[in-house]
Every structure is written in structure tokens, then in C-alpha cells.
Design a protein around this ligand. Structure first.
Ligand SMILES: CC(C)CCOP(=O)(O)OP(=O)(O)O
Ligand SMILES: [Mg+2]
Ligand SMILES: [Mg+2]
Ligand SMILES: [Mg+2]
Length: 175
């Protein structure tokens, strides 16, 4: 394997501050990066549309004709909002309502099992249905989702360290 292949490359994550009253949704991670720390729902920005090939084929055959295919092939990639909504749905079953970009961080994770470098896009959003309850749809990656008041003395510990740095800096995700 040549050195080019071995070199890790930065990846893009999109995470969502789901706001409910004074609280945000957090889950204790089980996956490789930040295992056992409390983090926001979210995940990797994916190449191209957040449609599966099957969905795309169906759309192509039944509704948009070549429109969907052109968008996919033109590389009109997954938007930050599409990624946030997809990841939130995949991980918690929750439908994302109005969302907006609030900040970005550039983090190197050297002490993890594998070194990683993430540019993380932070969105804030409300739920499409404020009464919808979160489910833990990926128990292999998360211990479960709970609402926590965004108050440095009331948040669970330990927080995923980029989030911990935001709390310590007095970051306020609320409008
Ligand atoms: C580390 C983080 C900022 C980006 C990746 O998040 P994640 O490990 O939750 O990714 P997935 O939800 O896509 O598995
Ligand atoms: Mg995910
Ligand atoms: Mg993902
Ligand atoms: Mg995730």
C-alpha cells in the first residue's frame, strides 16, 4: 500500500442541536470516536443524494424521470440539512423540522483507536412534531437518547470533547 492510500483524510460530520424548551437531545456514544461520551445526534456527510439506489431507481422510473438521476450523477451532493435530517431519523426516528446552520469546528482526534480528523457542521433544529419521542434505533452506536437542559451544571458527563469545549466557552445553541 503506498503512503497516499494510508494517509487518513479529513471527513465531514453534521450534528444537530435538537432544541426542546431549554433542553437539547444527547446520547452516550458507543462507536469508535468518543465512546462513552455524551454527544449530539448526527453523522457523516454522504456523497451524493441521501437517496438509496433503490429509491433513486424508483424515482427515476416513476416520478422525476431523469431529474433525480441527473441530480445524483451531477454530484449535487447531500446538503447539510439533508444530512442532519437523515442522521437524526436514522439514529432517533425523529423528524427534523426547521433547521439552520449555527457553527463549525475543525477537530483532530488523535487519542482514539484510529486517528481521525473531522470538520463538523453544527445545525440547530426543532422537531417537526414537538411531541415525538426519540427512539434508540442504533443501540450498537448509542446507549439511548435523553433531553438535557443546556446548563453546564446540568449536562451529563463526560461530554464528547468538541461539545465539552463549546460548553466551556459559553456557547449558546439557542436562538
Ligand atoms: C465524529 C463525528 C463528529 C462525525 C461522525 O459521527 P458518527 O460517528 O456518529 O457517524 P455516523 O452517525 O454516520 O455513524
Ligand atoms: Mg448515524
Ligand atoms: Mg452516518
Ligand atoms: Mg452518529
Amino acid at each position: 500500500m503506498d503512503m497516499e492510500e494510508a494517509k487518513p483524510v479529513p471527513r465531514v460530520g453534521v450534528v444537530v442541536f435538537v432544541l426542546k424548551g431549554k433542553s437539547v437531545l444527547l446520547g452516550r456514544r458507543r462507536s469508535s470516536i468518543g465512546a462513552s461520551t455524551f454527544a449530539l445526534p448526527g453523522g457523516h456527510l454522504e456523497f451524493g443524494l441521501s437517496l438509496t439506489h433503490t429509491q433513486l431507481y424508483w424515482l427515476n422510473q416513476n416520478i422525476f424521470g431523469s431529474l433525480a438521476l441527473i441530480k445524483y450523477l451531477s454530484g449535487a451532493g447531500e446538503s447539510f440539512e439533508e444530512c442532519g435530517a437523515r442522521e437524526l431519523k436514522e439514529e432517533t426516528g425523529l423528524e427534523m423540522g426547521k433547521a439552520e446552520y449555527i457553527t463549525v469546528t475543525n477537530n483532530l482526534f488523535l487519542e482514539q483507536p484510529k486517528p481521525a480528523h473531522y470538520v463538523t457542521i453544527f445545525l440547530r433544529a426543532v422537531l417537526a412534531d414537538p411531541d415525538q419521542l426519540p427512539q434508540n434505533l442504533e443501540p450498537d452506536k448509542c446507549d439511548g437518547w435523553e433531553w438535557y437542559e443546556w446548563d453546564k451544571d446540568k449536562l451529563p458527563q463526560p461530554l464528547f470533547w468538541p461539545l465539552d469545549q463549546m460548553v466551556r466557552s459559553g456557547f449558546n445553541p439557542f436562538p
